[in-house]
Unconditional design. Structure first.
Length: 417
């Protein structure tokens, strides 16, 4: 205890950053935490990340190990995890990380503790470490929890819902500052804690990474000659129940004859991966106008985004999911590509106002017509691409949002004095 050190305004801050699903560019998945953490280090701060290594255990070892990623000290604890796991196994993984993170985080030098969901249980080691060391706690909300799990039918019993709502209320109330990834999420937090100090910092567009062609692009073209000059409709993300990727296979089925020059490429992994494969086989589109690939590292996926004619982001028809802030949307914008979504909400509104994409019907046949019409117009594609680049630069640039992110953490430290 008592590790809190005096810090003047603008001076370096020691940050303990808790994120169970932390990813580097060499891994497959969102790298928001990595990108913000490395920028904090570049600004002179000291960052220690507490993360889980989701790979299967080797020799049953659960020993911590430490790596340095772009100046960020990352403390890894082996906790096997995959979206395809049964619910009880995922809950066990969350609980295992929670206990391990409590012990590790509290021992590290710190001026502020930052925890990012999901799951919301990361608030427990975050608040525990902050309390033990008399420093402020900042919480990032990536999903409205338990609103989304309840809407999805994952929390059905009254006791489980009661506990979940208590955890939500406690977590928001314990945080000195809350970062929300969308305006809708911020509104959800305010319904629980009207007086919470909330800053909206959405997922971001890494224009330097996605907007600059490299040798990876040439390799993509050489290894996938079947692409040729075809119009590429890209989905790159999780194949989970929430994402409803089968919808895109159905759209591909509706487009195979009316727009043969269009090809769907679906990249990722998760609980629905094999079901999506089977659906594509059943509709006889697999290998014809629908190609499905397993997860690939971030530094390779960028070439697919640059090659795409349209980037798509989908969720199942659950209204609560429209608050999402999907990485693939911002990666598409960073690459200067039109983005299509099949849901309403703040992202659909931003795309519509900027002219950077389109909102697809939930009816696959209608969505197929929308995409075919869009792809038939070079002028419309060019206009939407330009609008996407402008939206990425003006509203979602990673470097700009990193400044806001740093300001929230330093504000929490200053106000705790």
């Amino acid at each position: 205890m008592g590790q809190k050190a005096g810090r003047g305004r603008g001076e370096p801050v020691r940050i303990v950053y808790i994120h169970q699903h932390f990813m580097t560019p060499a891994m497959s998945g969102g790298t928001r935490s990595y990108e913000f953490a490395r920028r904090l280090v570049q600004s002179g701060h000291q960052v220690a990340v507490i993360a889980a290594d989701p790979r299967p255990l080797v020799d049953g070892s659960r020993d911590w190990y430490v790596t340095v990623e772009a100046g960020v000290q990352v403390h890894w604890v082996p906790v096997p995890y995959d979206n395809a796991m049964r619910p009880w196994r995922r809950i066990l993984a969350f609980a295992t990380f929670l206990l391990a993170a409590c012990r590790r985080a509290a021992r590290l030098p710190q001026d502020v503790v930052f925890a990012t969901s999901t799951p919301l249980t990361v608030a427990i080691p975050g608040a525990w470490s902050a309390t033990r060391n008399s420093v402020p706690f900042v919480l990032e909300v990536r999903d409205l929890w338990p609103t989304v799990p309840i809407a999805m039918g994952a929390l059905r019993s009254w006791p489980s819902r009661k506990v979940a709502f208590l955890l939500e209320r406690w977590a928001y109330g314990r945080a000195a500052e809350v970062i929300a990834l969308s305006p809708d999420m911020a509104n959800g937090v305010r319904k629980v804690r009207p007086n919470a100090s909330i800053t909206v910092i959405p997922n971001a567009a890494d224009r330097d990474l996605f907007g600059v062609p490299s040798g990876v692009d040439e390799q993509l073209a050489l290894e996938n000659s079947w692409l040729a000059e075809r119009r590429l409709i890209l989905y790159a993300g999780t194949f989970g129940r929430v994402n409803g990727v089968n919808y895109l296979v159905d759209v591909a089925g509706a487009m195979k004859d009316k727009c043969p020059e269009a090809v769907f490429v679906l990249i990722g992994g998760g609980a629905e991966f094999e079901r999506v494969h089977q659906r594509a086989r059943d509709l006889q589109v697999l290998g014809r106008n629908c190609f499905i690939f397993d997860r690939i590292p971030k530094h390779q996926i960028v070439a697919w985004f640059r090659r795409a004619s349209v980037v798509v982001s989908t969720v199942i028809d659950v209204p609560e999911l429209s608050a999402n802030s999907a990485n693939k949307v911002f990666d598409g914008l960073a690459a200067g590509r039109p983005v299509a979504v099949n849901h309403g909400g703040w992202i659909a509104e931003a795309l519509r106002e900027a002219g950077a994409g389109l909102e697809l019907s939930r009816d696959p046949a209608v969505a197929a017509d929308q995409l075919a019409t869009f792809l038939s117009s070079e002028e419309r594609i060019a206009s939407a691409s330009a609008a996407a680049r402008q939206l990425a630069a003006e509203d979602f640039d990673r470097n700009k949002l990193a400044v806001s992110f740093e300001a929230v953490l330093t504000k929490a430290v200053q106000e705790a004095k």
